[in-house]
Design a protein around this ligand. Sequence first.
Ligand code: AMP
Length: 209
Amino acid sequence: MNLILLGAPGAGKGTQAEIICEKLNIPTISTGNIIRAALKNGTEMGLKAKEYMDAGKLVPDDVVIGIIKERLLEDDCQSGFILDGFPRTIPQAEALDAMEIQIDCVLSIEVPDEKIVARMSGRRVCPCGASYHTEYKKPKQDGICDICGAKLTIRKDDEPATVLDRLHVYHEQTEPLKDYYAKTGKLRTVVGQEEVADTTKLTLAALGI
Ligand code: AMP
């Protein structure tokens, strides 16, 4: 299955992606994680992306389109993939169409802005890419990653003021993708619930898996 996850930052796309990834054994491709890894490794692309990311703005389309083009060619994507955080603009969606890769389903996870702001303040991340929440997805040991044992931190772009900027960017540039994909008949919508397990039930039902 080739799947796109849409939703505001903090709507729970990453968590649902992990669950689907495990169930279907297909990779999750998160442009945010790829960019953060590039930044950590000090690559030119990572350094260029940093100023946009820190300000809660979108990285230019040509940069992320280049990342996705390369990544989707890799072997592990040939039997399916989950796109988490791409596309985020109409030109990115058009570039994906131009790659002539069949998309089976676009799942939009809907969470009201007030809830997003409250949720983001509890998000904790690990340099290995794992993500937790102080209330909804606690690590086994407080502040420590279950997977690699590193100390969890707050993402710079999860600071409240930046979250508001990111939500603004989402509504302006990413939300129009719902109409774009509704027209193809591939859009399915899930209302994000308080409990991850409840959202997961809705997600799996929407995907028929
Ligand atoms: P995320 O981890 O998906 O919330 O992404 C973190 C940040 O990476 C975003 O706020 C953007 O600055 C950048 N980013 C990730 N994916 C994209 C994309 N598809 N288009 C533009 N910028 C992106």
